[in-house]
Design a protein around this ligand. Structure first.
Ligand code: SAH
Ligand code: SF4
Ligand code: F3S
Length: 440
């Protein structure tokens, strides 16, 4: 048997790309590839890219430039670009960077083995179609290898919302849900391989409506099916849209013990004028009322959000409305971004906000969000939480895991191993993590 070829994958962007990278590695595993952590000894390099902001997309070209020397030394080295930049700018990548042998869009990963063979034969290959078939169903080269305690599982892809700033509906295509039985089979398989916590992924995960035995299932119904799997201890999902937050899902947060008290619910802005211009189809008020209903079902739930500042036409007053909304909601975590103009999206054509003003707003928003995040984290001290241990800590005997609320928690002299779930009392709150003690 010939020596295995080595595959180096670098992943950018969202969790969905992390999941896709695992699937690509499995698909190429069937072609005799094993993964390597270093680009230097790779026979194939794949960049799984993100197009969400300009900076993310530009990284790809600078990263590719760095492989020039490597390719000169190793003419057999194949270089591929996958993900959302591949989808958006596939042909341009081929033109701008002759090093690239292969471009594959997010809906075509199941065709990677044939594409790899063509690239090996010296062809340049590009596939950015949106085929009808379920790529994940065709990507079934799964080795039964043991896995860590947490895993992502994509249940829904694409988006029909067309927020005025966003490339996702173009790079990932229309919203599609995977059938429930495939998801349940995959979850069962993950659990058999050691997984204790599954995070269901989708660009609009709460719009999930996959086929079930008696018609379509909602996300909440899918969660209740997953709840029946023995050995699966925790369920999470991301990312949700406020308008798809249905009653049964809110209720599940109060009644499903495996569903963790954490919800990522991006709002983007607090000004109704801006929300309207963003095509978000919710108001600040409706978002706040929604949070109230969710907190009524699960009072301790940790709310996480996404924000964009400096969206076209945003005034200082509009920005203040975002600050007011943040004050009202009180976020446990949040991701905030300066608006980045994306070619082809409606907002790109509008009056842009002065860049320095946007930087200043971002700084003020981040200061507020950081303060809130710290307050919520500090409020965990003295409480009893579940912790799923994921790895050994830096100190001897120390273990690190995530709380139900997704805070990093470390426990000294810990008698529990990786993959064990324990009750822990939080004793102190540090810069980025909590310290706790096992409750015997
Ligand atoms: N589907 C999710 C998020 C998709 S992208 C949702 O609906 O919220 C992740 C985040 O990136 C978005 O929530 C938004 O805050 C940010 N983002 C998207 N496009 C952006 C742009 N053009 N400039 C700056 N931030 C952007
Ligand atoms: Fe982008 Fe809006 Fe769809 Fe989220 S809901 S992926 S922000 S278009
Ligand atoms: Fe980026 Fe594509 Fe995800 S643009 S955020 S990798 S869906």
């Amino acid at each position: 048997m010939s020596a295995p070829k080595k595959l180096f994958i670098k992943t950018y962007g969202c969790q969905m790309n992390v999941y896709d990278s695992e699937r690509m590695a499995e698909a190429l595993g069937g072609e005799g590839y094993i993964e390597t952590k270093s680009a230097d000894d790779a026979d194939m390099i794949l960049l799984n890219t993100c197009h969400i902001r300009e900076k993310a997309a530009e990284k790809v070209y600078s990263e590719l430039g760095r492989f020039k020397g490597l390719k000169a030394e190793k003419p057999d080295l194949k270089i591929g670009v996958a993900g959302c930049v591949a989808q958006a700018e596939g042909e341009e990548i081929m033109r701008r960077q002759p090093l690239v042998d292969l471009v594959v869009g997010p809906q075509s990963y199941h065709r990677l083995p044939e594409m790899e063979a063509k690239a090996r034969a010296g062809e340049k290959v590009l596939d950015t179609d949106f085929p009808e078939e379920d790529k994940f169903e065709k990507l079934k080269n799964r080795p039964k290898a043991k896995r860590g305690p947490t895993a992502f599982l994509t249940v829904q892809e694409g988006c029909d919302k067309f927020c005025a700033f966003c490339v996702v509906p173009y790079t990932r295509g229309a919203e599609v849900s995977r059938p429930a039985d495939r998801i349940l089979r995959e979850a069962q398989d993950l659990v058999e391989r050691g997984v204790r916590e599954i995070t269901l992924l989708g660009q609009n995960v709460n719009a999930y409506h996959g086929a079930g035995p008696n018609g379509d299932l909602t996300l909440a119904q899918l969660i209740w099916e997953l709840d029946k799997i023995d050995g699966l201890e925790r369920i999470r999902f991301t990312t949700s849209h406020p308008n798809d937050m249905q009653d049964d899902l809110i209720e599940a947060h109060g009644t499903c013990a495996k569903l963790m008290p954490y919800l990522h619910l991006p709002v983007q802005a607090g000004s109704d004028k801006i929300l309207k211009r963003m095509n978000r189809s919710h108001t600040a008020e409706s978002y706040i009322r929604l949070i109230e209903r969710i907190r009524a079902a699960r009072p301790d739930i940790l709310i996480s959000g996404d924000f964009i500042v400096g969206f076209p036409e945003e005034t200082e007053e509009d920005f203040q409305a975002t600050m007011d909304l943040v004050e009202e909601v009180k976020y446990g975590t949040a991701y905030s971004f300066k608006y980045s103009t994306r070619p082809g999206t409606p907002a790109a054509e509008r009056a842009q906000v002065d860049s320095a003003a946007a930087d200043d707003r971002l700084q003020r928003l981040q200061a507020l969000l950081t303060r809130q995040q710290r307050e919520v984290q500090d409020s965990m001290v003295g409480r009893e939480v579940g912790v799923l241990f994921e790895k050994a800590g830096r100190l001897p005997g120390q273990m690190v895991g995530k709380s139900d609320y997704l805070h990093a928690v470390h426990v000294a002299d810990c008698s529990r191993g990786i993959g064990e779930l324990a009750r822990v009392r939080i004793v102190s709150s540090g810069a980025n993590s909590l310290a706790g003690e096992l409750i015997s």
